[in-house]
Every structure is written in C-alpha cells, then in structure tokens.
Design a protein around this ligand. Sequence first.
Ligand code: SF4
Length: 344
Amino acid sequence: METFLASNLIRPALYQQPLENGAVKCLLCPHQCVLYEEKTGLCHTRQNRNGVLYTLAYGNPCSLNVDPIEKKPLFHFLPGSKILSLATAGCNFKCLNCQNWEISQSSPQKLRAYDLPPEAVMELAGENNIPSIAFTYTEPTVFYEYVFDTAKLAHEKNIKTVIVSNGYINEKPLQDLCPFLNAANIDLKCFDTHLYRKLTGGSLEPVLKTLKTLKEQGVWLEITNLIVPTYSDSAEMITSMCKWLVDNGFEDTPLHFSRFFPAHQLPNLPPTPIKTLLAAREIAQTAGMKYVYVGNVPTLGYENTVCPSCQKLLIERTGFTVNKNFINEGKCMFCHAPIPGVWQ
Ligand code: SF4
C-alpha cells in the first residue's frame, strides 16, 4: 500500500445542519460544534468549506494493523481470531490519559496515511482471511462516513465489524450504523459527570445512552473501565457504575477493568495499584456482573472466562493468547449453561 499526505481527500459529511451566515452545525456527536467558514471541529476531522461540512477522514487511515481480537478487548467475540484494525487521525475527546494522543489529537491533514478506501479494506481482509474489521485506536465516530461505508460493504461480504469507541455519538447516527455493526467495546471512563468532563472533555449521559442503544439493537457489547488513580478509582463511584449496569440489564455484558499506566498529560501518576483493580472486580461481582475481567495485568489470571453456573474454567487466556476454550456452540461444555457472546 502506498502512503501519501492525505490533504485532498474530502467528502461531504453526514449529519449537518446549515445555519445563517454560512455557518454549519455538526450533528454527529453531542458536542454539536457550530462551525463558521474554514473552521474545523473539535475532533479535527470536520471542516466548513463554503457553508458545507466536509469530512477530512475518509479512506485515509493513519494506523493499520492485524491484532488479536483479545487486544480490543473483546473476550466473548470470536475468541482467538485476528481482526484488521484501523484508525484515521482525530477524536472528539481530549482524555488526559490518552495513549494514542499523537494520532487522536492530530488531524488527517497532518499525518501520513494509507490510501485505503472501503473496497481496499475488504480486499485486505479477504486476501488475508481475516474474519472481522475493527475501527479503533482513535475514535470511530469522527471518521463515521468511512466506518459506515466500510461496515456496510463488510456486511454484504459476511465480514464482521467492530467499533472500539468512547460512545460519544448522537442517537441518530448510532441507530443508522447499528445494522452494519457486529460488536462494540465502549469505554465507560468513570461514573461522575464532573469527572467525565475533567478527564475527557465530554459527558457521561450520552455514553450511557449509547450503551442502551447498542444493547437494544443487538450489537454484541463489552465495556472497558480504565481505572485512573485519583480520577476514576473511587470505590463508591465504581459501586454506582456497577449498580447502574445491573439495574439496566447489563449483568451479562463483559466488563473489563483496565490498568492505567502513566501517559500523555498524566505522566506523574502511578500505575493503578493491583489492589484497586481487585477491589473493583470484587465490587462488580458483588453487584451482580457475571463476566468481570482485569486487563493490562496478564500475570494476574483474571483474564479467564469462568462459567457463572458451574464455576469451571471456560476460556484460559495469557495476555492476548487463548490457551484453552471449553465453550461449545455457545454453551459451557461441562454444565451446558449458555454463555452470551458471538462464538463463531
Ligand atoms: S463530530 Fe467533531 S465536528 Fe462534529 S460535533 Fe463532534 S467534535 Fe464537533
């Protein structure tokens, strides 16, 4: 694949509303940026040109890899398979702890990118016999048109699609995308509106709405909660989050607590203490969450899937590798209890 400086690939954006004096309102995410002539949105991917909003992030991924699906993380979705993973530059959050800030806080006009329209993504997945595609690393919402066209094409070709997202998207674009999505991992950053704003620049409510919509629409869902010391490590807040999840029918949804390592604007915070992660796991299980994992600490052994009915080990993982899998046709091989997920 050739690389090129992706400065001239622009397409009209979906979900826009013209305003007076040549301004345009972007209706893609809850920020609802109002953009005047030549201005670019908070996400760096949408620009007003002559009163029309264009996306600058189409067919020009700056990151492209084949990953183990466990890395997304998705633990109940085609375990042990590979996933073609891509991202354009840009994000609608400004997370203090972002590990990919060099690409998420940049613009498609500034980074070198692959020339990879949706048809080429299909070819790449097909040639390499990869069963699914992930829109990940940055924020898929901000390259929505590229995600949508690729996911629609993938759907026709029986290739599965996944978003790894902050969930900060308006209801209409999410509803429109759902029929072409097979799975999502949504980052639920914390469970406090004020802290959400401080940590990410976004807000909590739209993310909760996204979780509900994905579930209602039958998209396989897993949730990640990165525990950042002094920001999202309060036991009370984790308790409230888990209570909300159980009260809203998410007890079968895999919940991944993830360990923070110093990054971006939080270089001086320590990694999340192991005892905090274990306490969070305990809280979630006590609240009624059935599949709770602890990520970014492979030696801990809490990345295995255990049958909630007979307590037998079902999937043994080391890091991103699946060592053993005792799930057969979506059921525990020992007690035959159904285990929710997409297994083949
Ligand atoms: S997608 Fe980008 S331009 Fe549109 S509202 Fe969100 S941050 Fe603003």
